[in-house]
Design a protein around this ligand. Sequence first.
Ligand SMILES: Cc1cc2nc3c(=O)[nH]c(=O)nc-3n(C[C@H](O)[C@H](O)[C@H](O)COP(=O)(O)OP(=O)(O)OC[C@H]3O[C@@H](n4cnc5c(N)ncnc54)[C@H](O)[C@@H]3O)c2cc1C
Length: 471
Amino acid sequence: MSDIAANFKQVSAADIAYFVKTIGEQYVLTTDSQKDKYSHDETEDLRYMPEVVLLPADTAQISLLMSYCHKQHIPVSPRAAGTGLSANSLCIYGGVMLSIERLNRILDIDQNNLQVTVEPGVITEVLQNAVKEKGLFYPPDPSSKGSCYIGGNIACNSGGPRAVKYGVVKDWVLNLQVVLATGEVMWTGANVLKNSTGYNLTGLMIGSEGTLGIVTQIVLKLIPHPKFNIVMLAPFVSMEQAAAAVAATFRAGITPSCMEFMERDAIDWVCGWLGDVTIPIAPEVRANLLIELDGNDMDMLYRESERLYEVLMGYECGDILLADSDAQKTDLWRMRRNVANAVKTTSVTIEEDTVVPRYHLPQLLTSIKEIGKKYGFRSVCYGHAGDGNVHVRIIKDELPDDYWRNEVPKGVREIFERVVELGGTISGEHGIGWVQRRYMDIKFPDFQLQLMRDIKRVFDPHGILNPGKVF
Ligand SMILES: Cc1cc2nc3c(=O)[nH]c(=O)nc-3n(C[C@H](O)[C@H](O)[C@H](O)COP(=O)(O)OP(=O)(O)OC[C@H]3O[C@@H](n4cnc5c(N)ncnc54)[C@H](O)[C@@H]3O)c2cc1C
């Protein structure tokens, strides 16, 4: 850490004067009370205070700020809504936190080409609702969609429940405007559906967690909004049976728009926390699948759900709850989307973002619980089972601080080793950020990590962009 820190300059009074001149005094935050909310995200209990928080208004201002910080060797961490789960945006080495919250306009909804051009500070759900008003659909919907920004989604290559049918963020991005570390501005691609012109810089930027450039405009692809959906909750007597039913569903030729897994504890916790959602769940139930089918023909959807019932019944599925109103659908989704919020109110927790080819989900779940037993930690599993993506929220409870810091990570390492053995990887959608870097060696040999570092150096010669993240 100190080696890297030695490359950087602390923010001085002269730097602050430059920032004030460039973006205006009210957009340069220097006091602890102003900066406090930027010192943490949603990752366990970590806090790193930025030296200064800057709130620029547009690409031109960001370009000036980057050019200056590059010359001065001041670290800059881009920040969207701060809902990251891997400490992706925190100012580990101090310096500038560059918030894109004022770049929050939807610039153009192109109904002829089914595209939207948007700034990175737009809340994902706000964007979805705006295009829905025109009958259009932008599917990627992280469970945090009501608060996270589209810019954060791009930087993490986020997923969410609908990825199982519609893909993740990378499948919807056509073109990005990016300010490089040196302040230069580029468009990475073109507003077209096909592009084999040179290297895929759009793809490189997506998921780069603010380490290669600052995204300032985004062109996304849209599709017509599906007219109907069916939502159901299927209970199972074992986690493994629920997980095995997932791969069987796809093998039967059914592609749900969402297929979410929640182990029993997750449901009990979230219902208790929400207080106003009561889902009748039999005592023997150990896990549930929340399943959504969508399309434009209701009869076809009913026929598909009958076929789905047949598949699920082969896996000791109990009575399926079919949501009979929009209110019940909303309740079921509210329950699923709030699991993490509910669990973390009880203790310090950390969420691991495991992903395996979906047929191996039952083995993964068994291993997670075995490893938890070996290291003496409790965990709650839930997530996007249709993608083979299970979040493992590990609960600190009464574990002593030094055990939590030094022994629990050994258990996490074993979980990730098992994940990789099963053909998976160590983050499906949350990114690596600061806290998952220590596990990168499980997935990548040294030369491959070096290749990534070399790419970073080309884009960011002074290493000022979001230092300490990814590797
Ligand atoms: C309750 C809850 C549920 C969640 N559910 C999901 C889920 O279902 N699926 C999922 O994928 N994630 C989920 N997440 C994780 C998180 O919401 C996503 O990673 C989200 O994309 C982060 O967006 P943000 O706006 O909060 O970004 P931030 O946390 O502010 O930043 C994330 C990363 O983006 C970088 N960044 C931000 N803006 C820019 C920019 N303009 N240019 C370059 N880099 C930038 C930051 O430096 C950082 O590395 C969940 C989080 C919570 C708390």
